[in-house]
Design a protein around this ligand. Structure first.
Ligand SMILES: [Zn+2]
Length: 240
């Protein structure tokens, strides 16, 4: 990545109308608002690229790159986000929970949140055929800063090999569940063979940003298009 390029990475979860029973309402961005975000990005001159192409050698980055990420791999990505992304020629990167392909957000429902469906292997393959990149979000959406070293390694390394075996393509990037990590966890992610990892630290990325602690801009249900514009312009250092 060139030293002068500043790359925003957007973090979405669900592109779906609000389920009022949810305990994490902010994670629902409506399909209409998502379309407005995409129009705004176009208007601002951004080109969306998959995360892995950021640091690919000799990769020619667009003048204003943006990376659009979706955590957890909900079916509503395939239903609501992908058609909108394709209509503007954008691609995205989605983080999968390896033991829950075709399952549910069990890590949320165990804490009282509503159940949501996650993409099956066939659905992931369909989205992949349509240009979506996929990365790992551990085996079970584990809190890597809280579990033992052995368990953290299993969650990081085994999710990569399981996803690669189930899906048949390389898994090159990683995303820390809950944004929870420490330096040991970061090192394990590197040792397991990932090339990049997304955190939930706020801000934008330059050539100097740690490749295993990439910063993201949190996009929520109430992130109206002008607010997103402000986050992009200000670098999201301030909570706008
Ligand atoms: Zn997650």
């Amino acid at each position: 990545m060139s030293h002068t390029v500043r790359v925003p990475i957007l973090m979405y979860h669900k592109i779906e109308r609000l389920n009022k029973a949810s305990t994490v309402k902010g994670h629902y961005v409506s399909p209409n608002l998502f379309k407005k975000h995409l129009s705004l990005l176009k208007l601002m001159g951004y080109t969306a690229i998959p995360l892995s192409s950021l640091y690919r050698e000799n990769a020619k980055l667009p003048k204003k790159p943006v990376v659009i990420t979706f955590d957890d791999g909900y079916v509503n990505f395939l239903q609501n986000a992908l058609p909108a992304l394709k209509s503007v020629g954008y691609s995205a990167t989605v983080y999968l929970v390896a033991n829950q392909l075709g399952g549910t957000n069990a890590w949320d429902t165990s804490r009282g949140d509503v159940e949501e469906r996650l993409m099956s292997v066939d659905q992931v393959l369909e989205a992949h055929r349509q240009g979506t990149e996929f990365g790992s979000h551990t085996l079970d959406h584990a809190d890597l800063a809280a579990v033992s070293t052995d368990e953290a390694w299993k969650q990081i390394a085994d999710s990569k090999s399981k996803l690669e075996a189930d899906l048949g393509f390389p898994i090159e990037t990683f995303c820390y569940p809950y944004g929870r990590k420490n330096l040991d966890v970061q090192k394990m992610v590197e040792q397991a063979g990932y090339r990049l990892a997304c955190s939930t630290e706020r801000g934008q990325n330059t050539a100097q940003t740690d490749r295993f602690a990439l910063k993201r801009i949190n996009v929520r249900r109430d992130t109206w298009a002008p607010v997103l514009a402000l986050k992009l312009l200000r670098g999201d250092k301030h909570d706008v």
